[in-house]
Write a protein that binds this ligand. Structure first.
Ligand code: M6R
Length: 595
């Protein structure tokens, strides 16, 4: 949530900041701003509630002294305070000497605001982050050294932060982090800090991640002060993909690109993992052993992938599985013999990270399934499996879902084989089935692209949608409904088909669209008849006989994964027909780093 970039570069910083902010926009796009040093050591402070293109305009219109290679930038997802230019980051102190870009939440902002106001500071906004610039201003009057002032100012703060602080005059930049992601990278172009390597991957692929409490000066050979004396040593990490992987490459939007990339991404995952599944090595190589129950933690689409993976474990291993939405995990009861699987494509979801601190999860071995093997989640886990989807820029998760399901199923099949719950030949047969998925996803894509668009005109006036399924189809119905509501802003709810008659059937009248994710369970027929009898408009997706037949195999342990593709295409096509930005749906962000 919110993206930060800061740099000290040989060429003008603005070029790097604008490119980086464009790449970080997926983290939040309510407003965007920069603070740039000029050749006369002043600061150009430019902010807009429009998208990054408008910031480019502001920069072009800058008529002050030339801009040099020092600057910080921020793209915002509003938490405190309306979306307005005044509330956009970076925030300045009273003397406009300190400029701060912040990601995170300051929990004691109200108290600090009162204290600062009483001591004579002029607080201009309702944004929690603004107090940081005034706290540092206070500390600077005492220390006269930005680095020390940042350290001192932060001692008064409760909450989470990734910050970049620019000092007018000296042009010094100090960054710090606590509970919000931030990395630093040195390259031939200069020194960078960013929320995510995606922002700077055009210039470097090697980086170091700040730990909680770290403070770093952005300069070659600059100070890096670690919070704890016994902190883990700094590790240089590498990004496995390149800048062009995160470009549109001819597609009209990232969601289209990412839907289309699914067969290839699935193929990459299964090619990479396939040889170590049946032997159990995928499991044992990660130091994993026996377990008696599985707890799955995640949010949104990642939880839907978790539901699929949970079904695989229950069905094949007869092992009890609990799936808990991360923000509700604190009240869970820990169980003996538990293994925890935390799923998060970003690996930075605050609800997931917080859940891992709860007693319910605390002591159990933790496996992370993530698309970011350098993330906070990955660093905290005992074992990590990269779902290897490549960069996903659209806010709506698409290829990460498919890759989470395949990688997660592969890991659990390997675990069941390693622990003797299924025999190796069964694991080998399941692996063969997994190997067929890329082709099935490619076929589903063709079917979806032909069959979905003609349905859209009739659906565009529908105020609400119901998705139903049974058993292994249910997580896909949940995912279809989630995609539809986040992109079209229409109501979309999912139910187990058998539940309709216990209440939701009252929602169905003439023309109510009901999407049926058909996993081949014949009991769905009766539920569909009940809907048809009330005038509901049925759209079946899945196994043979479905209106959108994607050849789902009713016996697949992971259910009708192929049905995901038409469900995604349905949500995207309807959203586009309604004039929505499918990559940046309203109110949402991709990496949700606040609770
Ligand atoms: O990064 P994560 O996988 O932890 O994100 C969890 C959810 O915020 C995410 O899956 C969200 O539901 C999707 N963007 C919806 O498409």
């Amino acid at each position: 949530m919110c993206g930060i970039i800061a740099c000290r570069t040989i060429q003008p910083a603005v070029e790097y900041l604008c490119t980086g902010l464009r790449r970080l926009e997926y983290r939040g796009y309510d407003s965007v701003g920069v603070a740039l040093q000029t050749a006369t050591a002043e600061v150009a402070h430019l902010r807009t509630v429009e998208r990054i293109g408008a910031l480019d305009e502001l920069v072009r219109g800058w008529s002050g002294a030339p801009l040099n290679g020092v600057g910080i930038g921020h793209t915002r997802w509003a938490t405190h305070g309306l979306v307005s230019e005044e509330n956009a980051h970076p925030h300045a102190d009273c003397n406009r000497r300190i400029f701060v870009a912040h990601n995170g939440i300051i929990l004691n902002a109200d108290q600090l605001r009162d204290e600062l106001t009483r001591s004579g500071h002029r607080i201009a906004t309702a944004v929690d982050s603004e107090v940081l610039s005034h706290l540092i201003e206070d500390a600077l009057s005492e220390h006269r050294d930005l680095f020390k002032a940042v350290q001192t100012g932060l001692t008064r703060v409760q909450g989470t932060w990734a910050i970049a602080v620019l000092e007018r005059g000296t042009g010094r930049i100090v960054v710090a982090s606590n509970g919000s992601p931030l990395l630093v990278a040195h390259s031939a172009h200069g020194v960078f800090a960013a929320s995510d390597i995606a922002a700077i991957v055009d210039w470097t692929d090697e980086f170091q991640v700040l730990g909680d409490g770290d403070v770093v000066e952005l300069v070659d050979g600059g100070q890096w002060v670690r919070a704890e004396a016994d902190s883990v040593p700094l590790i240089s990490r590498r990004c496995s993909w390149q800048g062009r992987d995160a470009d549109l490459n001819g597609y009209s939007d990232f969601m289209a690109k990412e839907i289309n990339e699914q067969p290839a991404a699935a193929c990459r995952v299964i090619d990479d993992l396939g040889t170590s599944i049946d032997s159990g090595e995928l499991w044992t190589d990660r130091g994993l052993g026996t377990f008696d129950r599985l707890k799955i933690i995640g949010c949104g689409t990642s939880m839907n992938a978790g539901l699929v993976i949970g079904n695989v474990v229950r069905r094949l291993g007869r092992i009890p599985v609990t799936c808990t939405i991360a923000s509700e995990a604190a009240d869970d009861i820990p169980e003996t013999g538990q293994l925890t699987l935390a799923i998060s494509q970003s690996g930075e979801t605050a609800d997931v990270l917080q859940a891992l601190t709860s007693d319910a999860i605390g002591g159990a071995p933790l496996v992370a399934l993530t698309n970011n093997q350098h993330s906070s989640l990955a660093r905290r886990a005992d074992a990590v499996l990269n779902c290897d989807a490549g960069p996903e820029i659209g806010v709506a998760a698409t290829k990460t879902f498919v890759c989470q399901v395949i990688a997660g199923a592969a890991l659990m099949i390997s675990g069941l084989s390693a622990t003797g719950r299924i025999d190796r030949s069964a694991a080998a047969r399941l692996t063969d089935d997994l190997r067929r998925l890329p082709e099935k996803l490619a076929a589903a894509l063709n079917v979806a692209q032909c069959r979905v668009p003609p349905l859209i005109e009739e659906l565009s006036d529908c105020a609400g949608f119901i998705f139903i399924a049974k058993g292994s189809g249910l997580p896909y119905a949940a995912e279809g409904a989630l995609k539809l509501k986040e992109l079209t802003y229409r109501w979309a709810e999912h139910y187990p088909a058998g539940e309709l008659k216990h209440g939701p059937l009252a929602l169905i009248g003439a023309g109510t669209p009901v999407v049926v994710v058909d996993n081949g369970d014949t009991r769905l027929r009766a539920n569909m008849a009940e809907i048809a009898a009330r005038g509901g408009q049925l759209l079946t997706i899945g196994s043979a006989d479905s209106a959108i037949d994607v050849a789902s195999d009713p016996s697949a342990a992971w259910g009708p994964l192929e049905a995901t593709v038409p469900l995604q295409v349905l949500a995207r096509t309807l959203a586009l027909s309604l004039g929505h930005d499918v990559d940046k749906p309203r109110n949402l962000a991709k990496s949700v780093t606040v609770q």
